[in-house]
Design a protein around this ligand. Structure first.
Ligand SMILES: NC(=O)C1=CN([C@@H]2O[C@H](COP(=O)(O)OP(=O)(O)OC[C@H]3O[C@@H](n4cnc5c(N)ncnc54)[C@H](O)[C@@H]3O)[C@@H](O)[C@H]2O)[C@@H](O)CC1
Ligand SMILES: Nc1ncnc2c1ncn2[C@@H]1O[C@H](COP(=O)(O)OP(=O)(O)O)[C@@H](O)[C@H]1O
Ligand SMILES: [K+]
Length: 515
């Protein structure tokens, strides 16, 4: 698990290294510049003509040092100083003095620059100190940089991207490669920041571990070492040890969602998978997935106790329950949801149509209109203690009765609103899925756009259910499930291409990820 930081936390790490440990700021800057040059040298040649665009903060100081080191290494390099000289930090003033002593070409006016004469640009305008919308001459130079056809390297973070949220503050540089220092920033992972970042290189510039550890961050991401937290399997075991996942899914003649979720739960290691679905799906599911236990009900007899008892029994014997994929929003689906919520005692995943039914129900109560906190609190009281919600952003907007753009602009804030005061785990599905539990937030970096295809959400639900059935704690199963699902998507995309990838390919690729 790697922690991710926002700009305040990164500044605290800087300050700790400089003030408490005593590493001079200019030493860190020199290390930073050397790392940027290393990354550049792997990608450019001595034929290139480089322009380094520098602001007046320390990001600009890094840029001036980069220009000087490139010059020392024999590159053709000029500087454009977009920042005001009188606003420069002490470090940046020092870097400018050195560059001037070396008689480097330093432009002060963009109108005098022939941008076409350069083949590589370095963006050192703003780093983590960006604190407002980009306007005026900064906005103009970023427009010129984004129209440029050569390589663009960003120092620390593309100028204009908020390190806290990944949002574009007015306008932002689109970099091919970003070299960041010490630790990933949240804004480099979240979209649209991730698109502007291009390839992200995290480089060591000499922050001592105590400086990094001095800052506590509640946001993290996984890498492949986190696969070690998969539930252990023992030689001396049987299917009872790996839990029963009960998947309440599908509606009359709509069996696909149930099939995908159930199969994914099996492929993730659940001992037994039981599908609860309308009678109409019996034949097809029995043929498609003979390994699953089937409990079917007659939708028009759900008022009868005997019919309800089947669902109650299935839910009572579960180690993990899924409700929602493909159930639709009919009266029968509402009744089934009621039965499940009333009788569920084990960890539950509330997905897809189940979330829509809840949203529509809450819309009928004036006190719950436009009141995300009240809606979440109401929901938290009607579900088992360890419940995971798996909405995509539109489903979440409906659930919270909140504007979609508002959610997109503040993903982490919205997630915190849902989980800070409840025991819910929220999986906000998107190109970068965010998982939130209490104050802890996880940003998922696995996966690809091939997964934007019908049914891949059903697969995710099954994967998480498989982990829950094997005894993982709900919030951990949600994070690891999202991560594994993305990795499987990446394996599948390699084989099938992002165009051809289908949800069932993700299920098959789980095998390679879990090997
Ligand atoms: N000693 C250190 O603290 C280190 C800092 N480093 C670099 O320094 C950067 C942070 O430096 P700073 O804190 O000086 O901040 P920045 O260099 O990111 O820029 C902040 C400056 O820009 C101004 N500004 C912010 N938003 C603006 C806007 N929209 N329009 C116009 N002006 C705006 C601020 O008022 C401030 O003067 C890091 O990203 C990294 O590149 C690295 O050299 C590592 C060591
Ligand atoms: N561009 C993308 N990059 C990474 N993952 C993606 C991307 N688009 C979709 N996904 C993932 O695919 C899944 C889609 O789920 P969902 O929206 O519920 O689709 P469906 O209802 O069709 O199953 C989510 O897990 C989401 O994170
Ligand atoms: K920058």
């Amino acid at each position: 698990m790697k922690k991710l930081v926002n700009s305040t936390q990164m500044k605290e790490i800087d300050a700790f290294a400089i003030d408490k440990v005593g590493i001079p700021s200019l030493v860190l800057m020199e290390n930073a510049a050397n790392q940027v040059v290393n990354a550049m040298e792997e990608r450019i040649s001595k034929e290139d003509i480089i322009l380094v665009v520098c602001g007046s903060g320390n990001n600009g100081g890094d840029g001036l040092a980069v220009a000087r080191i490139l010059l020392n290494h024999g590159f053709q390099v000029d500087v454009y100083l977009v920042g005001e000289r009188d606003k420069m930090t002490e470090e940046t003033k020092k870097q400018l003095e050195i560059a001037e002593n070396l008689d480097m070409v330093i432009w002060d006016d963009a109108n005098e620059i022939n941008f076409k004469s350069y083949t590589v640009l370095v963006d050192a305008i703003f780093g983590i100190g960006l604190d407002r919308e980009v306007t005026g001459k900064h906005e103009k130079i970023i427009a010129i940089m984004n129209a440029f056809h050569g390589y663009v390297f960003a120092v620390d973070i593309p100028s204009g991207i908020s390190a806290d949220s990944g949002q574009v503050l007015g306008t932002a540089v689109r970099a091919d490669v970003t070299i960041t220092f010490g630790i990933e920033k949240i804004g480099q992972l979240l979209y649209p920041g991730s698109l502007h970042t291009g390839k992200l290189i995290v480089s060591d510039i000499g922050f001592p571990p105590v400086a990094v550890e001095s800052v506590s961050s509640n946001v993290s991401m996984y890498d492949e070492t986190d696969l070690f937290s998969l539930p252990r399997r023992s030689a001396y075991s049987n299917k009872g040890n790996y839990g029963r996942a009960v998947i309440v899914a599908g509606s009359a003649n709509m069996s696909g969602a149930a099939y995908l979720s159930a199969k994914a739960a099996y492929r993730t290691g659940a001992g037994l998978v039981q599908i609860v679905t309308p009678e109409e799906n019996r034949a097809i599911l029995q043929t498609q997935l003979p390994e699953a236990i089937l409990t079917t009900y007659y939708t028009d007899s759900l008022a009868e106790e005997a019919e309800q008892e089947k669902i109650i029994q299935a839910v009572s014997g579960a180690d993990a329950i899924v409700i929602g994929p493909g159930i639709g929003t009919s009266d029968a689906a509402r009744k089934v949801l009621d039965l499940v919520l009333y009788n569920a005692k084990s960890p539950l995943i509330l997905d897809a149509d189940a979330l829509t039914i809840v949203s529509e129900l809450y819309n009928k109560f004036p006190l719950l209109r436009n009141n995300p906190c009240a809606r979440i609190s109401e929901l938290a009281h009607s579900v088992p203690k360890d419940t995971i919600l798996t909405p995509h952003l539109k489903e979440l907007a409906r659930l919270l009765d909140k504007n979609l753009d508002e959610i997109k602009g503040n993903l982490l804030g919205t997630a915190a609103l849902c989980t800070a005061d409840s025991n819910l785990t929220l999986v906000m599905k998107d190109a970068r899925t965010v998982v939130s539990h209490h104050e802890e937030q996880y940003i998922n970096a696995s996966g690809n756009n091939g997964m934007a295809t019908g049914g891949s959400g059903d697969v995710l639900t099954g994967v998480i259910a498989g982990l829950l059935a094997q005894g993982m704690v709900a919030s951990e199963a949600a994070k690891l499930g999202v991560y594994i699902h993305g990795l499987a998507g990446d394996v599948a995309a390699k084989e099938k291409s992002e165009y051809s990838l289908m949800a069932s390919d993700i299920i098959e690729a789980l095998t390679a990820v879990l090997k």
